[in-house]
Design a protein around this ligand. Structure first.
Ligand code: NAP
Length: 341
């Protein structure tokens, strides 16, 4: 089987395609034949090593995958060979086969396209948690989404639209049509002042900020009383656009804003530990989203697919800000199972 491996710390250039034996599932594990895996900016973050606790190379990137149960390890029950499953694994998605503890797998519908299903497994579940459980935003609420034309940003806008939440979205000009098509109000962060525009309209109840560092202070200024700022990433640091001091300064300010009596809250959020602390919730949320997808209440924006072996090219595409929506890796198993797609 083939697998993409980050052989050292760095960008897409450190990825290599390796061929190796198909792994055998251990007790309690399920082997999955991967159909699709998500390409996420989080992969670049792990590979860059800027985040404390990043995996040590060599490792395979890949937060999430959709595939078919291929073999059951000893003691596994409740799964059948050939059944479609999703896994949310943080690393290891970029491979043709992989083995996971059965509790990490969620059975999903056989009737939906796996390139669309993979849009849900990281981005939509994160958007779902941020809007419903962290921000507690309901119909009539208002949010500000940065990076609104990317994978995560389009998921936030799409969910907001279905929930009747008004969304502002910062994005480069080339992505404004997409932001508008998802019901968002686009702001060109390169030539416009998002703080001024959002406050002119009365502020928002939730800001999702993936930039980090000094950007957080500007996002905080967009909140109206009762609002929440969520810092989800250090995008600027991963791209070398801000230094370690600025990143740490941003995080310290988050703590300060949270304890300061200002009727607003601020927090750091990572979806992986969130679901680890709430066992069973990931499957519930994913299945709720699968239902919305089956009912066509949400419409994930798939930008493009790359074959698995072009994982480095896919990550380069993402790093260069070209993605309009989600980028997905597909395996040969996907192409032979869904020849028309
Ligand atoms: N904490 C969590 O649990 C969690 C979960 C999922 C994702 N994330 C984070 O969410 C972020 C997005 O991930 P993704 O996979 O969706 O990546 P992505 O598709 O590459 O989206 C990032 C977007 O940011 C835009 N951008 C760049 N500079 C910007 C700026 N100064 N202001 C506003 N937008 C800017 C980029 O395009 P344009 O410049 O062309 O607009 C791009 O569309 C990543 O930082 C990731 O780590 C966090």
């Amino acid at each position: 089987m083939r697998r993409i491996v980050a052989v050292e710390t760095g960008g897409p250039e450190v990825l290599q395609l390796v061929e190796e034996e198909i792994p055998e599932p251990g007790p309690g594990e399920v082997r999955v034949k991967v159909l699709t895996s998500g390409v996420a900016f989080g992969d670049l973050l792990w590979m860059s090593g800027v985040v404390p606790g990043s995996p040590k190379p060599p490792f395979s990137p890949g937060y999430d995958l959709v595939g078919l149960v291929d073999k059951l390890g000893e003691g596994v029950n409740g799964f059948e060979v050939g059944q479609r499953v999703a896994a949310f694994v943080k690393t290891g998605g970029y491979a043709e086969y992989s083995c996971w503890p059965q509790e990490e797998l969620t059975p999903i519908s056989d009737d939906l396209d796996p390139t669309t299903q993979i849009c849900l497994t990281l981005n939509y579940v994160t958007a779902y948690v941020l809007i419903n459980r962290i921000g507690k935003i309901t119909s009539g609420g208002r949010i500000l989404v940065h990076g609104a034309g990317g994978g995560m940003g389009t998921a936030m806008l799409d969910l907001a639209r279905t929930m009747d939440i008004q969304a502002f979205g910062t994005a480069s000009l080339a992505k404004h049509e997409l932001v508008e098509s998802l019901g968002g109000i686009p702001i060109d962060y390169r030539s416009e002042d998002f703080v001024e525009i959002v406050n002119r309209e009365g502020g928002v109840d939730l800001v999702v900020d993936h930039m980090g560092g000094s950007h957080l202070a500007r996002s905080f200024q967009c909140l109206r009383p009762g609002g929440t700022l969520v810092s989800t990433s250090s995008y600027a640091a991963a791209l070398g656009q801000s230094g370690a001091l600025e990143t740490v300064g941003g995080l310290l300010r988050l703590q300060l804003w949270n304890v300061w009596p200002n009727q607003r809250s601020a927090l750091l959020f990572d979806v992986v530990p969130f679901y680890k602390k709430n066992p069973g919730m990931y499957s519930l949320d994913l299945l709720a989203l699968q239902e919305l997808l089956a009912e066509e209440k949400i419409n994930p924006v798939l930008d493009t697919t790359f074959p698995l072996e072009e994982g480095a090219k896919a990550l380069e595409y993402l790093r260069d800000g070209k993605a309009k929506g989600k980028v997905v890796l597909v395996t040969e198993a996907y192409s032979s199972t869904f020849p028309g797609l």
